[in-house]
Design a protein around this ligand. Structure first.
Ligand code: NAD
Ligand code: WQD
Length: 341
């Protein structure tokens, strides 16, 4: 399905300096959208806007703003008229959310409220919301379709589900408001320039950033959480999706909100699952490094398998992932090496 492109539209990316936001910035500029970034750089390097300028050739407009600050958010929306918001800004660590639930609800829910409120006050009627496969929890049947009941297993996942429900009910009560909910599976990879990528400032907990630290010698070994799952090699299976595919999904989502399709809620994944061992072997091949590992107990709350049903994203947005696990590992490794040069 092809969507008409509405490329003269002005879009605000909250959290646009972060991992997924920065790649989406590039994809939206390349698609002809007029894009500004709002970020407080709490989990992004200050030089990301300069790097984005190197990639796209024009300076990035950046609002240094904390979404928890109601007046500051109102100030951004008063300064500029936007046609749409893509709301990435959030805290995203599952373990951290368990030790700091108030902080997670403040940023992920009150911050979202501030954005939605400023949108309403200034007549902005399109929003794309970053949600997560984490809202599904531990579903029994695979692949996971969008109709699967939500069953969040962490404070982080709960904040994402609250965000979905808040925006859905707002859209139902507000005839003009159009909403795209995108449930990402496991994003990995980086822009081919090596200028932007996943750059965790804290000790990483996600698989590929941990593997990257082991490959580069910053961590001694990978702990594999569970070798006795009912999977072919006993390790957990996930649906890893390249961040460039994810970024393209946001362009299609915005196109849909500005076109005939309107509101939607879709998974963004590849539909193909890889085990932890698959990822280790692929990363070893592309990096030429050995990844020492040992198998430990399962991590609490981890499902054995998590894979997206992809039919709805294809039917509604025309979205299909194009890149594979090797591309993701190459992208991650290339980015890491460029930072360390
Ligand atoms: P990220 O941390 O790289 O990006 C989030 C950005 O938001 C950062 O630039 C950070 O500085 C900014 N930010 C955080 N708190 C802020 C605040 N109070 N005010 C303004 N800006 C703030 O994370 P990401 O991986 O790019 O994730 C983007 C979105 O996608 C998040 O909403 C996350 O929950 C969601 N998501 C991520 C994953 C994943 O595995 N990376 C998976 C599913 C969903
Ligand atoms: C992947 C696989 C682990 C680390 C999380 C969030 C989810 C979403 C994506 C934001 C699992 C195994 C991991 C390690 C390991 N983020 N693993 N050793 O848990 O599928 O999803 O990130 O929305 O909300 O929950 O991703 O990368 O942590 O784990 O063995 O050191 O790797 O057990 O099988 P997960 P992950």
């Amino acid at each position: 399905m092809t969507q008409d492109r509405h490329t003269n539209k002005r879009v605000l990316l909250t959290g646009g300096a972060g991992f997924i936001g920065s790649h989406t910035y590039v994809a939206l500029i390349e698609a002809g959208y007029d894009v500004a970034i709002l970020d407080n750089f709490e989990n992004a390097r200050r030089d990301v806007p300069d790097r984005l300028e190197q990639i796209v050739g024009t300076p990035a407009q950046v609002f240094d703003c904390d979404i928890r600050n109601t007046e500051a958010v109102q100030g951004v929306f008063a300064a500029e008229q936007f046609d749409a918001v893509v709301h990435f800004a959030a805290l995203k660590s599952v373990p951290e959310s368990q030790s700091n639930p108030m902080g997670y609800f403040e940023t992920n829910c009150i911050g979202l409220y501030n954005i939605a409120s400023a949108m309403q006050a200034t007549g902005v009627s399109r929003i794309v919301f970053s949600s997560s496969a984490a809202i599904y929890g531990n579903p029994e049947s695979m692949p996971i379709a969008e109709e699967t009941p939500a069953c969040p297993q962490s404070v982080y996942a709960q904040t994402k589900r609250v965000g979905e429900e808040f925006l859905t009910s707002l859209a139902q009560a507000t005839p003009d408001l159009r909403l795209g909910i995108l449930r990402y599976f496991n994003p990995v990879g980086a822009h081919p320039s090596g200028l932007i990528g996943e750059d965790p400032s804290q000790t990483p907990t996600n698989l590929v950033p941990v593997i990257a630290r082991v490959a580069s010698g910053q961590m001694a070994e990978l702990r594999i959480f569970g070798g006795d799952y009912p999977t072919p090699d006993g390790t957990g299976i996930r649906d890893y999706i390249h961040v460039l595919d994810l970024a393209r999904g946001h362009v299609l989502s915005l196109d849909a909100l500005f076109g005939e399709t309107g509101s939607h809620c879709v998974n963004l994944g590849t539909g193909t699952g890889y085990s932890v061992m698959d990822v280790v072997k692929t990363y070893e091949r592309v990096s030429g490094r050995t990844i020492p590992y040992h198998i430990t107990d399962r991590r609490a709350g981890d499902p054995a398998v998590s894979c997206a049903a992809t039919g709805q994203a294809k039917a509604v947005l025309g979205f299909e992932a194009q890149l594979g696990l090797e591309d993701m590992c190459v992208g991650n490794w290339h980015f890491l090496n460029r930072q360390n040069r």
